[in-house]
Structure formats: structure tokens, C-alpha cells
Write a protein that binds this ligand. Structure first.
Ligand code: NDP
Length: 289
């Protein structure tokens, strides 16, 4: 079975639009997201355009700050300080990757953790690790868990989840979220031995690697739920380019219980969860009033 990320994301956005309207009428505050983009990477500009559009569609304010590639780290840091201190800004997102002369970790650390809607600040990783409420959790991992629940229902207790990949933006946070859901979690990476055998034990298999069609049908347990995070551009035999995931979708489809397609699976959930985080950040800001 196919897990439709587009539809699930649309349902989430519809729900958020209602919550935003309620929030606005109750507190007379319109949640707002500021996205900063440095340089002219075409893919990043497309992502930001989609983020801006979807933010506005659900009734939130979206500010986009476009900066030239020569922007210095100091300039970006002082801009962040200004936004951190601006009560009308609830969410701040710096589009990654940044140009090489800017230290990404210094920039992420400079964002007020309560406005860090990407959830990459160490304070938010720590809150997630500690299972504290109020953490702003990275968007793609949140999307993965929502899609798994879409198929399996709310209770994932006791299921064995195997995560391939241990990056700070996908692998580690998705593993932490699955642990919070009472899954038994195995985290695997490039040095893992017997990867196919481990994957084959998974009730939930999350692939976040960046290698096209790495996961084959014989890595997948019969009936498993497969969440494919990978976005890989390949050239077909006909010379066209297309996007594929980390899982061989056609092979795995026959074997698994359900699988997210690429595109149209995890991808659409990422922006929907960004909007969810922005509303959460606006709600959190009430506490500091
Ligand atoms: P990273 O490159 O940061 O991490 C990849 C991980 O995969 C690493 O932990 C690495 O292990 C592991 N790995 C690499 N090769 C193997 C292998 N042969 N076997 C097992 N593990 C391996 O990538 P990201 O986490 O940022 O992204 C992963 C994928 O998800 C990419 O395709 C990316 O485009 C996509 N993505 C999609 C998003 C969406 O919205 N749908 C959002 C973010 C990412 P090690 O640590 O040992 O090097």
C-alpha cells in the first residue's frame, strides 16, 4: 500500500489553518515565520518559495529576507539578534546550506531556541533527547512519524524500528521520536555490519541515507511499514532525470505492508511540520508576555 504524504500533509495544513484562525481570534496575534535565504541556489529558492506560499495559505505571516552570497557571518548574526528580539517574529528559519564562508553551526546556535522552527538548535535537540515537552522538533523526522502512524495507528508501542542514517537533521531525531513512541529502536549507519539482516527485522524501516535504491526487497520484512526519506536525482536509461528514494520502491512495494513514495511521501510532510512548529512557537511566545 502507498502512504500518501501529499494527502496527509494537506490534512495537517487544513487542521493547522483552523487552529491559526482560532489563535488569531483569541489572542489577536497572527503567527509569523521569517525565512532567511543567503545566495542564489535555485533549489533553495524553490524550497523557500513553497514555504512562503504554504505559510500564507494557512493564515500566518511570512517574511522572506533574501541576502546576497557575499553576506558576512557577522551581518547574519546581527540580523538574527534583531529577529530574536522582535516579539512579532515567532519562527525563524535560516535556509541551509549556507555559503562556505559562513559557519552553519554558529548561525544555528544564534537563533533563539524558542523561535528555532527547524529544531536544529542544541537546546531543542537536548529537549528532544530528554523527552521534555516544548521542544521544537526537526520537521522531516516529525513527518516520518506522522506517516508511520497514518498507516499503523496511534500506538507504535513495542514495534521494532530500524533507522538507516544518523544525521542530526533526520536519522538521530527520528530515532528519538520513535523511542518516545515506545518503539525498540536500532540506529544504523555506514559502518553498520549486516545492514540487510538488521533491516529485515524492522516493523518500521526508516531510510535516510542519500543512496538511490539502496534498500532492496530482500532487506524488507513481510508487511513492514517503510518510510523513505531519501531524495536522489538519477538519470534514466532514456536520459531523463528523475527523483527516487533510498528504497527500491517497485521491489519493496510487493513485500512491505506500506511504503512512502518519492516524490510525494515524506517531502510534503516536511513543510507541513514547519508550519506546525511555527504555530507552536507562537503559542510558546504567550508564556513570555
Ligand atoms: P547525511 O548525508 O547527513 O547522512 C546520511 C547518513 O546515511 C549518515 O548517517 C551515513 O552514515 C549513512 N550512510 C551513508 N551510506 C550508508 C550505507 N551504505 N549504509 C548505511 N548507512 C549509510 O544525509 P541526511 O540525513 O541529511 O539526508 C538523508 C537523505 O534524506 C538524503 O537523500 C536527503 O536528500 C534526504 N532528505 C530529505 C528530506 C525531505 O524533506 N524529504 C529532508 C532532509 C533530507 P555515517 O554517519 O556513518 O556517515
Amino acid at each position: 500500500m502507498n502512504i500518501d504524504g501529499k494527502l496527509t500533509a494537506q490534512t495537517l495544513r487544513d487542521k493547522l489553518a483552523i487552529e491559526v484562525a482560532e489563535f488569531k481570534s483569541r489572542y489577536k496575534i497572527q503567527p509569523s515565520l521569517t525565512v532567511i535565504i543567503v545566495g542564489d541556489d535555485p533549489a533553495s529558492h524553490i524550497y523557500v518559495k513553497n514555504k512562503v506560499k504554504q505559510t500564507q495559505e494557512i493564515g500566518m505571516i511570512s517574511n522572506e529576507i533574501k541576502l546576497p552570497i557575499e553576506t558576512t557571518e557577522n551581518h547574519l548574526l546581527s540580523l538574527l539578534e534583531q529577529l530574536n528580539n522582535d516579539d512579532s517574529v515567532h519562527g525563524i528559519l535560516v535556509q541551509l546550506p549556507l555559503p562556505k564562508h559562513i559557519d552553519e553551526s554558529a548561525i544555528i546556535s544564534a537563533i533563539n531556541p524558542d523561535k528555532d522552527v527547524d529544531g536544529f538548535h542544541a537546546m531543542n535537540s537536548g529537549r528532544l533527547f530528554n523527552g521534555e515537552p516544548g521542544a521544537l522538533v526537526p520537521c522531516t523526522p516529525q513527518g516520518c512519524v506522522l506517516l508511520a502512524k497514518q498507516h499503523l495507528g496511534k500506538d507504535l508501542s513495542g514495534l521494532h524500528a530500524v533507522v538507516i542514517g544518523r544525521s542530526n537533521i533526520v536519522g538521530k531525531p527520528v530515532a528519538m521520536l520513535l523511542l518516545q513512541e515506545n518503539c525498540t529502536v536500532t540506529i544504523t549507519h555506514s559502518k553498520t555490519k549486516n545492514l540487510p539482516e538488521l533491516c529485515k527485522q524492522a516493523d518500521i524501516l526508516v531510510a535516510a541515507v542519500g543512496i538511490a535504491k539502496l534498500v532492496k526487497a530482500d532487506w524488507v520484512k513481510e508487511g513492514a511499514t517503510v518510510i523513505d526519506v531519501g531524495i536522489n536525482r538519477i538519470t534514466t536509461n532514456e536520459g531523463a532525470t528523475k527523483l527516487v528514494g533510498d528504497v527500491d520502491y517497485v521491489e519493496a512495494f510487493e513485500k512491505c505492508g506500506a511504503i512512502t513514495p518519492v516524490p510525494g511521501g515524506v517531502g510534503p510532510m516536511t513543510i507541513a511540520c514547519l508550519l506546525k512548529n511555527t504555530l507552536a512557537a507562537a503559542k510558546n511566545s504567550l508564556q513570555s508576555r
